[in-house]
Ligand binder design. Structure first.
Ligand code: GDG
Length: 473
């Protein structure tokens, strides 16, 4: 028996330069969690995903990575991958599922490419599948995959998890009928369909009932071939990794540097992929409002804004980048002076130690997505504050707001509210910081990413077992 994990990106990338080949294995939360589950339960792990390298490079290097799990890359033809990933997954599903209907650029060709890519991946998974294996499919790139696999391997244990929001019926219904049906039937191929929150779960079940006319009982859809249980499984982080990093020598040095650099100022910090869903333009507008409404903070605060390049081939992302950079220029020009730059901006990723040094130097983390499945940055900020210092301002539109109950919640569209909450957070006394962080840390320690993976996979086994016993519900 093995676990077959399917995600668009492999937890491994191979980059060729003139004279060498560099293999990087991701230590991302998902990979660590699934790996830890497979080790604890003594089952092998195989990862299937779309290759960002060519076949020859793979053949020449496939024995050169640390083999604690198998990797099965799928090689898609370039144009097919572009249509599947950029045109349908990101310009239709990502936009609509995050409630940006006006950003949707639907084409039939894009949908055909999406179906084709799902079929190719289904065939690949089916080829390596052996009876008893558990298949765990991730995210909006593979909404059709559970159904395709159910046809190829009727008895398989299949779990599907969506990392982004599932929109409500009024938004979902915007899609053409054939697309709506493909998606819902697709997900219903799984034994368990998991979402970050109950709201998402309810949206999904309501869409299935209204569009396919399939009723559910206690969130279980009974079909001829199998049952599908829809449920909420809020993803989390490797708490100990973020908590213990506070004391890493390198982090301590970097933190000291940052603190010295801004010794007479309070630090507001945020880090995101540059994405229109992350609410960066709203965040800047609110920061500008804050500086105008609370002029006593002039020269006494700095906003460190880290944005990570993402999906740069898509027009909407380029447009958003220009809007953000215009705002930063305006704020720094109008509010700053030769001694003070209010917004310090970088459009490059930081490494793990720098990320922790920034988290643990920040007086306030300002996280304001206009829509987010979960938002792991919020959880990481809380976990990393071993010193119990700092305040978290978090958008109520992020799934994380349901878990981090002691965060200061904001409406990301309400600049005035964010300005007031910034003033509150910057003035928060140490006792209140401690009480809030302690409670959230207790929650995260218990509900970490290992707990998440275990709950999801156990539920998939359990629901599958009901079918094999043909138990009547
Ligand atoms: C999707 C959903 C859901 C970011 N910049 C740097 C860096 N990061 C790391 C963070 C965090 C991750 O990337 C971002 O995770 P988020 O959850 O915030 O956002 P998405 O990328 O949009 O993820 C989201 C998630 O899936 C999981 O289900 O929560 O809602 O949209 O881990 O730390 N890491 C480093 N340098 C950076 O510059 N080292």
């Amino acid at each position: 028996m093995k676990i077959i994990t399917v995600s668009y990106r492999l937890p491994l990338s191979i980059k060729k330069s003139k004279d060498n080949v560099k293999i990087t294995q991701s230590a991302g939360g998902l990979a660590t969690a699934v790996l830890s589950y497979s080790e604890k339960s003594n089952v092998d792990l195989t990862w299937v995903g779309i290759a960002d390298f060519d076949k020859t490079t793979w053949e020449n290097n496939k024995n050169r990575y640390d083999k604690n799990f198998e990797v099965e890359p799928v090689f898609l033809e370039k144009q097919l991958n572009r249509m599947f990933y950029n045109i349908f997954s990101n310009s239709v599903l990502w936009a609509l599922f995050h409630y940006f209907p006006s950003f949707v650029e639907y084409t039939d060709d894009g949908f055909e490419a999406y179906k084709k890519a799902n079929e190719i991946v289904a065939q690949k998974v089916s080829d390596i599948y052996e009876p008893g294996d558990i298949i765990w499919i991730h995210d909006y790139h593979f909404l059709g995959l559970p159904h395709l696999l159910r046809k190829l391997q009727p008895d398989a244990k299949i779990g599907f998890f969506l990392h982004i929001p599932f929109p409500n019926f009024e938004i979902f219904r915007i899609l053409p009928n054939k697309v709506k049906k493909y998606i819902l039937n697709g997900v219903l191929g799984s034994n368990v369909a998991g979402f970050h929150t109950w709201d998402n779960t309810i949206h999904f079940t309501e869409c299935v009932e209204k569009i396919l006319g399939v009723p559910h009982k206690n969130f279980i859809f009974s079909q001829e071939s199998h049952r599908t249980k829809a449920g909420s499984f809020p993803i989390s982080i490797d708490f100990d990794k973020f908590h213990e990093a506070y004391d890493n020598d390198r982090v301590v040095t970097l933190r000291k540097e940052i603190k010295e650099l801004y010794e007479d100022k309070k630090i507001i910090f945020s880090v995101d992929r540059l994405d229109y869903t992350k609410g960066v333009t709203n965040r800047l507008k609110a920061f500008e409002k804050f500086l105008k409404k609370y002029p006593e903070w002039s020269e006494k605060v700095v906003f460190l804004l880290v944005l990570v390049p993402s999906r740069e081939e898509i027009k909407k992302y380029g447009e958003r980048k220009r809007m953000i950079e215009l705002s930063i220029g305006r704020i720094n020009g109008n509010m700053g002076n030769y001694k003070w730059t209010p917004v310090v901006y970088q459009y490059q990723p930081v490494n793990f130690n720098k990320l922790i040094a920034l988290y643990t130097s920040a007086d306030v983390a300002l996280i304001s997505p206009v829509r987010d499945g979960m938002n792991l940055v919020a959880k990481e900020y809380v976990a990393s504050r071993k010193d119990l210092r700092g305040a978290l301002i978090l958008s109520s539109m992020a799934g994380a707001a349901k878990d981090l109950k002691e965060a200061i919640t904001i409406n990301p569209f309400d600049a005035e509210m964010i300005a007031d909450k910034l003033s509150y957070a910057l003035n928060m006394n140490e006792k209140e910081q401690e009480v809030r962080l302690e409670r959230m840390q207790r929650y995260l320690k218990k509900h970490d990413v290992f707990n998440w993976a275990t709950k999801f996979l156990n539920e998939t086994e359990k629901i599958h077992k009901l079918d094999s016993k043909s138990t009547q519900l």
